[in-house]
Write a protein that binds this ligand. Structure first.
Ligand code: PMV
Length: 318
């Protein structure tokens, strides 16, 4: 028997970075993610098809890039009190280090599939706790938003340390996601914002308060279908994040090209910045026009509608 899990990637619609310091952020699962396949085995091996790398825990040969997943799978075995190992293979259709949550969707899928291969369908809270073992090694000081969205799915208002609030939409919403193709380390960008905050403590704390208000305002506008208001909030966030010094030329080119399309209602960098991706909110039926506008300057573009489901697991008899 083989066990499988699929976990989606995510976009942060508003509140990235400020969420690390207690602000409420709004994020959503997207239509791309990571699939993990696992089966019981005498020893534990982890193979990443995307990196072309294998970790073998019996020989302690663990490539740097697979250390976070190795730690999470070790935590799963401890949690279950299991002596058996798992043979785990993961594959993602999310570009790595692009602000779309590839590391957290890999961790969520790997945890859920490994536990299922060992005979346990873990509750969501356990999947989240165990996937956070990997996330902490990748991002140093993560808020936990990526793992929460990947596991729970949907559209979530998230405040560090609290249960996320699920926002239900009456109508589907369309975003274009455009990647710069510039990979970056989230931990370095979190550090850059930490330095900015140290230099502007009182300003930063008023921004944290405003971000909470705006994230709630954005969720309300999405529920009401007031997409013009959502677009204006996205543009405000993009300007604020650029001011923190985490935008780059490639991001600005995509935002400018996107906003030249009448079908684009708002655009911003998503996630840590410094490269990664831009999200563009589109009018109904306008997504193809926006894709045309940004495809000259983006390395990859795709359309996602919201909402999308979180982690799912299944088994196949071999
Ligand atoms: O790694 P990314 O690009 O998905 O960014 C994560 C979002 C941050 O707010 C920058 C960090 C965090 O843990 O919340």
């Amino acid at each position: 028997m083989k066990a499988y899990a699929y976990a989606p990637g995510k976009i942060i619609i508003c509140g990235e970075h400020f969420v690390v310091y207690g602000a409420t952020a709004l994020a959503a699962a997207i239509n791309r993610g990571t699939t993990a396949e696992a089966e019981p085995s005498p020893t534990t091996t982890i193979y990443s098809k995307d990196f072309g790398l294998q970790a073998d825990l019996s020989t302690n040969s663990i490539p740097e890039k697979l250390k976070p997943l190795t730690a999470a799978i070790t935590a799963v075995k401890e949690h279950l009190g299991e002596k058996r190992g798992v043979k785990l293979t993961i594959q993602s259709d999310l570009p790595p280090r692009s602000g779309l949550g590839s590391s957290s969707s890999s961790a969520v899928a790997a945890v859920a599939a490994s536990a299922l291969a060992l005979g346990h369908r873990l509750p969501l809270d356990d999947i989240i706790k165990l996937a956070m073992v990997a996330e902490r090694l990748v991002h140093k000081n993560p808020s936990g938003i990526d793992v929460q969205v990947s596991a729970r799915g949907g559209l979530l208002l998230f405040t560090k340390g609290s249960q996320p609030e699920l926002i239900k939409l009456k109508e589907k919403v369309r975003f274009v996601i455009a990647s710069t193709g510039v990979e970056r380390e989230t931990g370095e960008l979190i550090e850059r914002v930490r330095v900015w905050r140290e230099r502007n403590l009182s300003l930063f704390s008023s921004l944290v308060e405003s971000v909470t208000t705006l994230s709630r305002c954005c969720a309300e506008a999405l529920i009401l279908g007031d997409l013009k208001r959502v677009g204006a909030i996205l543009n405000f966030f993009h300007t604020t994040l650029s001011w923190l010094g985490i935008s780059i030329k490639e991001i600005e080119q995509i935002v400018e090209a996107a906003l030249s399309s009448p079908a684009a209602l708002g655009a911003k960098l998503t996630g840590a910045g410094g490269g990664g991706s831009v999200i563009i909110l589109c009018s109904e039926d306008g997504a193809d026009d926006v894709v045309k506008s940004v495809s000259k300057v983006a390395s990859e573009t795709f359309i996602t509608t919201l909402p999308n489901n979180g982690v799912k697991t299944w088994v196949k008899k071999s």
